[in-house]
Design a protein around this ligand. Structure first.
Ligand code: E4P
Length: 211
């Protein structure tokens, strides 16, 4: 089971890289807004430096900060140029017009993580358009009374039926239980916060046993 760290916090990223437990990093505008108000790209460059410091050129997802499709393409190319990071994935939210952005970027060699997905149909369209990753928001589906497990299971089956190279990232994880449910349902990757990943190591009986 591949775990990505869902964070833009440098200390959290460094700690997880040191422990060797993550296979990638996902960021989003909300996470970045929690960090010190340095320039957006300057902060992402610090994340890139940490990945290189640990010789972990792992996948790093950075989301565009516009809703205009043309501007998304411009920002994507600018991020690729500014960051010069081999394993950079550009996060593009799902939408009818955004599918052309995904298709354009992926056909120009820029890897896309299509995000804000909540249905099999959205995932299939994103994969068909060329997204490397399709990010399903597990707990946001639950928030409105939905069941994310069939969405993950069905998406995995549909991607395999269509011989797609796209991988499912399950995000919107709020408890370690979500991580295992998402993985056992067929999620290739789960992206979780530092707090949730750290919670995976603890158990009261472990403390007793060690004591
Ligand atoms: C991951 O890529 C997503 O941006 C993130 O997990 C969304 O989580 P949220 O539902 O807490 O915003």
């Amino acid at each position: 089971m591949k775990i990505f760290l869902d964070s833009a916090n440098l200390d959290e990223i460094k700690d997880c890289l040191e422990k060797g437990v993550i296979s990638g990093i996902t960021t989003n505008p909300s996470l970045l807004s929690k960090e010190p108000k340095t320039a957006f790209v300057k902060h992402i460059k610090k994340i890139v430096s940490l990945c290189k410091e640990f010789e972990r050129d792992i996948p790093l997802s950075v989301e565009v900060i516009t809703t205009d499709p043309e501007e998304m393409i411009t920002q994507a190319h600018q991020l690729v140029e500014d960051l010069a990071y081999e394993n950079l994935n550009i996060k593009i939210p799902i939408g009818w017009e955004e599918l052309a952005v995904i298709s354009n970027l992926s056909s120009n060699g820029i890897e896309v993580n299509c995000t804000c997905l909540h249905t099999e149909a959205q995932c299939q369209l994103a994969a068909n358009a060329g997204a490397k990753y399709v990010s399903i928001f597990m707990c946001r589906i639950k928030d409105i009374g939905g069941d994310p497990i069939p969405v993950i299971e069905n998406t995995r089956s549909l991607l395999e039926i269509s011989n797609s190279d796209s991988e499912i990232i399950v995000g919107s994880i709020r408890h370690q239980r979500d991580i295992f449910e998402a993985s056992l349902a067929g999620g290739h990757i789960v992206t979780a916060s530092y707090k949730v990943i750290q919670s995976m190591v603890g158990h009261p009986q472990t403390d007793v046993a060690i004591e």
